[in-house]
Design a protein around this ligand. Structure first.
Ligand code: BTN
Length: 262
């Protein structure tokens, strides 16, 4: 027998304290991908719209990976953002800032240590608890809208398949069932604040991110499309790009996957 997903809208609503983010909330039991829904399939144009799916049949991850998530147990959702002049050059900062506030949300709600891995993996005890995928649609040379796609492993206890990073969930880490509505509402509250900060205080966003990243100063392996390079995670610059130090100097890196090496 299939377990029916059980999302308590009243609880979610009570805890949501935003002005705009999540006020237009589209709930689906099944979709291909919440990112795809917002960018390809609708003419939704209200910034802050959240589309939520209990199950994605083609959930998208970074580097063309599939994001697998068991039906009704986790949080898979996307936030629509209309891109204006205040944010168009700051999507990288928004990307890092989103991972930082997601880490902080989980820490504050559950008193658990959460770290971020450049650019936007969220880890508990080196295992992946959540991922972020920002996708955009452009009109000519201008980015018109973005979908901030978030997957958080909440109550799933078994993960089948092969993963670059071992997955975990809040339930596995905390040994208790977690109220998804509380996590979602609190994250959206923090996200609305983040949007203001990205526009008005981007340096503070970057500094907060640095404090949650345990890789700075570590030796790392950078993987760019299968090409491996070794060096030191020197820092991130004010736009969120990785400053990668090798004996040839500092290279500014804007994509790739990094792992700490001993
Ligand atoms: C990653 O690879 O770490 C990013 C995963 C992002 C998954 C989320 S789930 C909701 C949204 N819709 C998608 O298709 N992907 C993102």
């Amino acid at each position: 027998m299939e377990i029916q997903p059980n999302f308590n809208f009243t609880q979610f609503d009570i805890k949501l304290e935003t002005e705009t983010v999540g006020r237009n909330f589209l709930y689906f039991t099944e979709l291909d991908s919440t990112n795809a829904f917002l960018l390809d399939k609708t003419n939704q144009d209200q910034s802050g719209t959240v589309v939520f799916a209990e199950k994605q049949n083609a959930g998208r991850g970074r580097f063309q990976n599939v994001w697998e998530s068991a039906k009704g147990q986790n949080l898979t959702f996307s936030i629509l953002l209309n891109i204006d002049k205040h944010i168009k050059d700051k999507l990288n900062i928004l990307n890092l800032g989103t991972s930082q506030i997601l880490a902080a949300t989980l820490e504050n709600l559950f008193q658990v240590q959460v770290e971020v891995k450049w650019p936007n993996d969220i880890l508990i005890k080196k295992k992946k608890i959540a991922g972020i995928l920002i996708e955009t649609v452009s009109f000519g040379a201008n980015i018109k809208k973005a979908a901030i796609g978030i997957g958080i492993n909440v109550n799933q206890t078994q993960f089948l398949g092969e993963f670059n990073l071992p997955p975990t969930s809040l339930r596995l880490e905390l040994s208790q069932t977690i109220e998804r509505e509380k996590v979602l509402a609190e994250f959206l509250n923090n996200f609305e604040e983040l949007l203001w900060k990205v526009k008005n205080k981007p340096n503070v966003v970057m500094q907060n991110w640095r404090e949650k990243c345990h890789m700075i100063g570590e030796k790392i392996c950078l993987n760019q499309n299968g090409k491996l390079k070794y060096g030191v995670f020197d820092d991130v610059d004010e736009t969120g790009q990785l400053l990668f130090r090798t004996d040839k100097g500092i290279e500014v890196i804007n994509y790739g996957d990094v792992t700490v090496v001993q």
